[in-house]
Design a protein around this ligand. Structure first.
Ligand SMILES: NC(=O)c1ccc[n+]([C@@H]2O[C@H](COP(=O)([O-])OP(=O)(O)OC[C@H]3O[C@@H](n4cnc5c(N)ncnc54)[C@H](O)[C@@H]3O)[C@@H](O)[C@H]2O)c1
Length: 315
């Protein structure tokens, strides 16, 4: 595999929600990035998104305007997969979360990229092993799972599939460190990896509590934002148990575990909302109503607050 020092050019395949931010972070660390998408309009949108986000970064003092301009200049776009693949020392795929699409993209990339180029997938929880089976060189296929918004969230899961080589894992971890993010090694290719398993457990309980009328959506969210979630950047769940005492945790678990939501399928309330096109921010209504909300300002405000926290805690 190409060594970390040899990785100077990165290709990002698919520029929807995640691709542009991922490209920006690679570029901010001095790497050249080539963005590819099957839709030209997505490439144009990505360029605009990157421009807007760089403006927010400069506005909050996270980077200088010179750094923003250099970051922008290191990113190019193409609608030719061969061009993207051949320019790359490392490839990150961020196409839709559909196994067949991922497999066909990996089979193409495997054909176009020399075998010493790592092919990473940003899948949220599909099997890395299954994706790797679409290639001739499965030892170079690895999970590199960024979190949304990728320009902010420090953690990136590096997932070892059953066929992933040790060297592939180590170089990918080194790349995560190089771009000033925090690598989290997931040693087993389990569905949802680490982050989504824990996040979905929390979301399942939040929806069940809302459904049972235990609290309003606002209070459920505030319980996390101002309560248990407030300490998350400083203390994880296991550190929290250590702080509380395992004896206390054990006693509470004895009466609480059996009462927690354990439904094996998605909740009916979510299915109904999806059928009514209540998809959240993107359709103007989800658990909340965004009819009179300026979504761009809302997201810019959230990013600004997260950037301030990130800078203060120096993670
Ligand atoms: N959205 C999130 O919050 C989030 C967070 C973490 C990880 N992910 C994962 O990242 C990946 C991408 O998610 P997203 O939300 O950015 O998706 P998206 O649907 O917003 O964007 C996907 C992009 O891929 C393009 N595309 C489709 N087929 C393609 C192909 N064959 N070749 C190249 N490009 C193609 C589409 O035109 C689109 O621009 C998924 O695996 C998803 O699970 C998403």
């Amino acid at each position: 595999m190409k060594m970390i020092e040899q990785i100077q050019n990165v290709a990002v395949i698919g520029t929807g929600t995640m691709g542009p931010g991922i490209a920006q972070i690679f570029s901010q660390s001095g790497l050249k990035v080539i963005l590819y998408d099957i839709k030209v309009e997505q490439l144009e949108k990505a360029t605009q998104t990157i421009q807007n986000n760089l403006k927010t970064f400069v506005g909050t003092g996270s980077i200088t305007s010179k750094e923003a301009e250099e970051t922008r200049q290191r990113i190019t776009t193409t609608s030719n997969l061969k061009e993207a693949a051949q320019a790359a020392d490392f490839v990150l795929e961020a196409v839709p979360e559909v196994l067949d699409i991922k497999k066909s993209v990996f089979s193409e990339l495997d054909r176009l990229c020399p075998p010493d180029v790592i092919l990473a997938t940003n899948t949220s929880g599909l099997s890395i092993t299954e994706i790797a089976k679409a290639t001739q060189f499965p030892q170079r296929v690895v999970g590199m799972h960024w979190w949304n918004p990728p320009i902010i969230i420090p953690a990136i899961e590096v997932i070892k599939g059953e066929l992933t080589g040790e060297e592939t894992v180590n170089i990918t971890k080194a790349l995560v460190t190089k771009i000033k993010k925090i690598p989290i090694l997931v040693q087993k290719d389990v569905p949802g990896f680490l982050g989504n398993r824990m996040q979905y457990a929390l979301m399942r309980e939040a929806i069940a509590l809302l459904n049972e009328g235990v609290a309003s959506a606002e209070d459920i969210d505030m319980m996390i934002k101002a309560g248990i979630g407030f300490k998350f950047p400083v203390m994880g769940p296991l550190e929290t148990i250590d702080m509380a005492g395992l004896d206390i945790f054990y006693r509470v678990s004895q009466y609480l575990y059996g009462k927690l939501d354990a439904s094996p399928s998605p909740p009916a309330i979510v299915k109904e909302k999806v059928e009514r096109n209540e998809l959240g921010l993107k359709s103007g209504k989800g658990f909340y109503d965004y009819k009179d909300v300026n979504i761009q300002s809302l997201m810019a405000e959230r990013i600004k607050k997260l950037l301030i926290i990130l800078r203060e805690i120096k993670m």
